[in-house]
Design a protein. Structure first.
Length: 253
């Protein structure tokens, strides 16, 4: 078994501590959180920055939902045969709002993604200190797992669960329900990403109207996934902070 104090070296036979922590080794015992090349670093600042930017993502998605409804209303009128300058002005306005909303979504997502991945890498490094043997994926996958095709459908969830388990209070486990719900909505939002087919005739307007409905669904799922992501970040950041403040595991563990 692994040492109950330093969580790095193997425990001495018949004991819960390693030889260094027992004082049997001439080398000093490493302090808690001193895995070679790694040490605990507070995730609190990055966690709050991630939460704020996830809130910006939610705001951008809400604006996009409003623009989607404008598009649905304008293209629905054209599909129903409405003509005249007023109908086309509404359609042009809806197109402009969709363009603004799309730019806001991309900008907020890029900014949030950079900070989120920085936070994710830090909590992954802390998890390596808390529980070196409980991490099923190498540290590089904390970033690469989000970008490599196919494996990005489950690697980030697996890594998050490993971090979650390592960050739970000593000797306890926490339910995975929140993480699983967040990941399910994230995947659903990716699948619902619409591919609307444009057109200038009545048939094309009907396709745009259907595309607007897809956009509403996709953006709504994005909002739900972002809200759950906020809860995951807050909960995991708090768990790591509290565990670090609690110090080393009790010797009985």
């Amino acid at each position: 078994m692994i040492c109950a104090r330093c969580h790095h070296f193997a425990a001495a036979p018949g004991a819960t501590l390693c030889h260094r922590c027992l004082g049997d080794s001439p080398e000093p015992a490493p302090p808690f959180g001193s895995t070679p090349g790694l040490w605990l670093r507070s995730p609190v600042g990055l966690g709050w920055a991630t939460v704020v930017l996830l809130g910006v993502v939610v705001a951008a998605d809400l604006f996009s939902v409003w623009a989607d409804f404008l598009q649905y209303d304008a293209t629905g009128a054209l599909a129903d045969g409405e003509t005249g300058a007023a109908a086309f002005r509404r359609a042009d306005r809806a197109d402009r709002m969709l363009g603004v909303a799309g730019g806001a979504q991309v900008g907020s997502l890029v900014a949030c993604g950079i900070v989120y991945l920085t936070w994710f890498q830090r909590v992954r490094a802390n998890a390596q200190v808390f529980d070196p043997l409980g991490q099923s994926k190498s540290p590089g996958w904390a970033i690469g797992g989000w970008f490599v095709p196919v494996v990005n459908l489950w690697y980030p969830r697996r890594i998050t669960l490993d971090i979650w388990d390592a960050s739970s209070p000593w000797g306890t486990t926490r339910s995975h329900t929140l993480v699983n719900a967040w990941w399910t909505l994230w995947l659903a939002a990716l699948v619902a990403d619409p591919l609307a087919t444009p057109g200038d005739d009545v048939e094309g307007a009907a396709r745009l109207r259907d595309g607007a409905l897809q956009l509403i669904l996709s953006d709504s799922l994005d909002i739900a996934a972002a809200v759950l992501a906020i809860l995951v970040v807050v909960r995991l950041t708090r768990m790591q902070h509290e565990k670090a403040m609690a110090g080393a595991a009790p010797a009985a563990l």
